[in-house]
Each structure stands twice: as C-alpha cells, then as structure tokens.
Write a protein that binds this ligand. Structure first.
Ligand SMILES: O=C(O)C(=O)[C@H](O)CO
Ligand SMILES: [Mg+2]
Length: 271
C-alpha cells in the first residue's frame, strides 16, 4: 500500500494547529501535509514536526488573501511581484521543515485568457527554478469547479500539457483523486497516463470528501493500483472526517493490511 500523510488542515482539527502534529503521530502517521504554515513562525512549526517525529511532505505557497476568497497568485498578471515574494517565503519554510514539495495555487482567472496563461507559465518557470535551486519540487493541482468556481487550473489534460511544455525537472503534478473524479472520472487510466508527471497524490471520498472507502469509488482498489503502477510517492489524506478524526481511521488500518482481500489480492490492476 502507498505511504499515507495526514493532512493537518482537514484532519485533527479538533485541536489547535501545532497540536495536530502530535495527534497525527500518535494515530500512526509518519508524515504530514497541510495548506499553509504561515500563521506560525517556521521554527515553531519545525519544532512541532520534530517533537512528533514526523516528516513534512508538502504545503502550499502563500495564496494571497485566503479569507477574502483569493486562491493563489500564479495566474494573476498583476500579482507577479507578490507571487515571486511568496516563493521566497515558502522556500524559507520549506528549508526549516525540510519539505520536499510545494504546491503553487493558480488563482481565480478565466482558463483560456492569454494574459493569465502567460503569467502562469512565467510564474511556474520562476518558481520551479527557485525550487530546483533549493532542492525542492513545485507542484500544480487541477481543482474541480464545484469546490472552487473560477479556479484557473480546472483540467488535468491542461495541467499535463503545461508540465510537458515547461519540461522542468522540478515541476510535477499533484493528482488529487477527489478532484480527478469530479472533473473527468476515469481515475485509474488517468493515473496510468499521467504517472511520469505525478509528484504527489491526494485522496478523499467522492462526493462528500470524507474518509476513503465511504464514497462512489473503490478507494482501496485505487491504492492497490498505485502500487501496481509502481508509484513510490506519498498519498495525502486530504479529507474532512465525517465525525471525530480518530473515529474515522479504520480505513487506514484496512488499507495497510496486506491480508485485506480487496486491497492486495483477488483483483488484478488493469495495467
Ligand atoms: O483543495 C485541494 O485539493 C488542495 O490540495 C489545495 O492545496 C488547496 O485548495
Ligand atoms: Mg488537493
């Protein structure tokens, strides 16, 4: 089974942010991801991470004013300077946390608009170069239109084209299974086709974004398929627990149980 990282923006939210690290470790996780660490000094976040004995897998670049509805800066031509400063901020945190991957959110902009596309390509080139110099990888993630209406990057094919076009060794795809299913379906074929571009995977049930195994997809078969494809990265658990976080963790035990018939046996991956 893949290696799972707890998403501390959605899981363990019963506690203040810095206490979620210890809770995730106590629940058996070895790694974490979350949206943003910037409300806390980097050394405090790093101390919480280290005290819990966890690895930091991923977090996002500063997205602009999240509370006011902003969802990233990369495709906003008028925010190019701010985006560049946000890369430096994120890399400072990445160094403190030893985080290998950073997600650059595109922002709200019309998908086909030439000025937004040009700004996005420039921003990604700049950020991927900076990430590369710092030994990190930059990720882009298509997000579904229902959860984030107007988000610039709302198509997996377009994300793959952009990664291909930029051809940057430090630019990869964040394949969120939840968004993929809502946008296009065909999850297994999508994973297979895009595997060389994928740097990170995230999971949640569809449509309610709860625990894996509680929605319309057979998430355990998808995890087995990731193994069959040879995916060696992390799978971020970016779901909202249906109840208390700990009460919903039975899926993890099952996913990690090699004896589980649907997870490991009794099924041949279609690759
Ligand atoms: O919403 C998601 O799926 C994400 O992974 C982003 O990082 C933030 O919206
Ligand atoms: Mg995601």
């Amino acid at each position: 089974m893949p290696r799972f990282a707890a998403n501390l923006s959605m899981m363990f939210t019963e506690r203040p942010f810095l206490e979620r690290f210890g809770a995730a470790a106590a629940a058996g996780f070895e790694a974490v991801e979350y949206l943003f660490p910037y409300d806390h000094p980097a050394d405090e976040v790093a101390a919480a991470l280290r005290a819990a004995g966890l690895r930091q897998v991923l977090f996002n670049l500063p997205p602009g004013d999240w509370a006011k509805g902003e969802r990233g800066l990369a495709a906003l031509p008028e925010r190019a300077e701010e985006f560049r400063r946000s890369v430096a901020t994120a890399l400072d945190y990445a160094r403190a946390l030893d985080a290998p991957m950073l997600h650059a959110m595109a922002g709200l902009a019309p998908a086909g608009e030439p000025a937004a596309t040009a700004a996005y390509l420039d921003a990604l080139r700049f950020a991927a170069d900076a990430a590369g110099e710092a030994g990190r990888t930059l990720l882009i993630e298509p997000i579904n239109r229902r959860d984030m209406p107007g988000y610039f990057l709302d198509d997996f094919g377009r994300a793959a084209e952009i990664i291909d076009r930029l051809g940057h060794p430090n630019l990869k795809l964040q394949f969120d299974i939840y968004h993929r299913q809502i946008l296009h379906g065909d999850v297994l074929k999508g994973l297979e086709a895009l595997l060389p571009a994928i740097g990170h995977v995230q999971t949640a049930s569809v449509p309610l974004r709860h625990e894996p195994g509680t929605g319309e997809l057979d998430d355990f078969r998808i995890f087995a398929a990731l193994d069959a494809l040879g995916y060696e990265g992390w799978v971020g658990c970016e779901y909202r627990p249906a109840g208390a976080t700990l009460d919903g963790l039975g899926w993890l035990e099952r996913a990690c149980d090699p004896q589980d018939s649907r997870a490991a046996h009794n099924w041949r991956a279609p690759f």
